[in-house]
Design a protein around this ligand. Structure first.
Ligand SMILES: NC(=O)c1ccc[n+]([C@@H]2O[C@H](COP(=O)([O-])OP(=O)(O)OC[C@H]3O[C@@H](n4cnc5c(N)ncnc54)[C@H](OP(=O)(O)O)[C@@H]3O)[C@@H](O)[C@H]2O)c1
Length: 315
């Protein structure tokens, strides 16, 4: 928590929760990004309820004063009690990260459908979905397409929604992986030479998700989220070099070849391999116009890199 970027002087220990305000339900709050969203909501004085799977550890959330309701996206009837009487739902939950044995893309397709139907039954006034940048152009990437189908279902079922679509995370789980290479002076090559993609730090994503639970952010919008400019692997290496003060070079394509090889044997690897093929098209780039209008100045990619390195104990 202390490493996470919540507004200064507004840490959860300082906050005053407004009496009588309806809770915001967070789905995925035990995850890395979901935890950051909860920190941001608490810092904004919100009451927070979290949907947590039976058997998952909610100790941190309980310690923060979050109301924990047990339920599972794959068990439709378990979702209604959690959604009853909320001012908004925020969902960052995913199955494709395979945190538990048996987790799969079923959560991303069927589980998200269950969430939307429960939100409709409970007339949830605002559903904030953590989606993915350009998911509508990537039918071949299952975990991207699950987000696109969920956005569409929210619209079709008349559930008022805000879908936030961030680019690749510089930070969190992905940041830990990238930082592992940076320690050895290399940055993992995600795209062919010269092809750019959008990066963003997960704290910026969490901040926007928390803001999107408020009435000042208009409903039924899909908003790209990114930093001030997209980067190629070569440019990311330059940014990391400048921030770190020692040379970081782009790695070769070895890891991508390995991933493509294993994609023959594993559905999960095929999903990730298809994602990297999509990155190679050069289409994974955010239009940050709406982001700037709704959430204020678009963050600098150098700041994202600095935070990622700091979180990994580098720099
Ligand atoms: N990494 C990137 O570059 C990138 C880019 C764009 C968007 N995103 C999005 O960012 C988010 C990343 O989230 P994260 O880092 O918090 O993921 P995470 O650490 O893998 O956490 C996943 C969360 O989902 C919950 N969950 C899984 N299955 C569930 C089920 N059946 N019912 C209820 N909850 C369930 C998990 O709960 P348990 O504690 O029970 O396991 C956990 O809280 C995702 O929405 C992802 O699509 C990521």
């Amino acid at each position: 928590m202390s490493e996470r970027d919540v507004p200064v002087g507004d840490a959860p220990s300082d906050r005053q929760t407004a009496p009588g305000n309806l809770p915001v339900l967070v789905v995925g709050g035990t995850g890395d990004l979901g935890g950051r969203v909860i920190d941001q909501l608490l810092a904004r004085g919100k009451r927070v309820r979290a949907l947590v799977r039976p058997g998952s550890d909610a100790t941190r959330l309980e310690g923060l004063g979050v109301e924990v309701v047990r339920g599972d996206m794959l068990v439709p009837e378990s979702l209604d009690p959690a959604m009853r009487g909320v001012s908004a739902v925020v969902s960052s939950a995913i199955g494709y990260s395979k945190r538990k044995k048996g987790d799969s893309l079923r959560t991303d397709f069927e589980g998200n459908r269950n969430l939307v139907e429960a939100a409709r039954r409970q007339t949830v006034p605002r559903f904030v979905l953590l989606s993915i940048l350009r998911c509508d152009l990537a039918r071949q990437v299952p975990h991207f397409w699950a987000k696109k189908e969920t956005e569409d279902l929210l619209e079709q079922r008349g559930v008022p929604f805000v879908a936030l679509r961030p680019g690749a995370f510089l930070g969190g789980h992905s940041g830990g992986f990238l930082a592992g290479g940076v320690r050895r002076g290399r940055v993992f090559r995600m795209m062919p030479p010269g092809v750019r993609i959008t990066f963003i730090h997960p704290d910026e994503v969490a901040r926007a998700l928390a803001r999107a639970t408020e009435e000042s952010i208009g409903l039924n919008q899909r908003i790209d989220l990114g930093s001030d400019r997209p980067l190629s692997t070569e440019e990311l290496a330059e940014v990391l070099t400048a921030v770190l003060g020692r040379t970081v070079k782009p790695a070769g394509s070895g890891m991508l070849h390995v991933l493509h090889f294993f994609a023959r044997f594993s559905r999960s690897m095929r999903d990730y391999s298809a994602m990297f093929d999509f990155f190679a098209t050069g289409k994974y780039i955010a239009d940050t116009t709406l982001q700037a209008k709704q959430f204020g100045p678009v963050p600098r990619v150098e700041d994202a890199a600095r935070k990622m390195l700091h979180e990994a104990g580098l720099g």
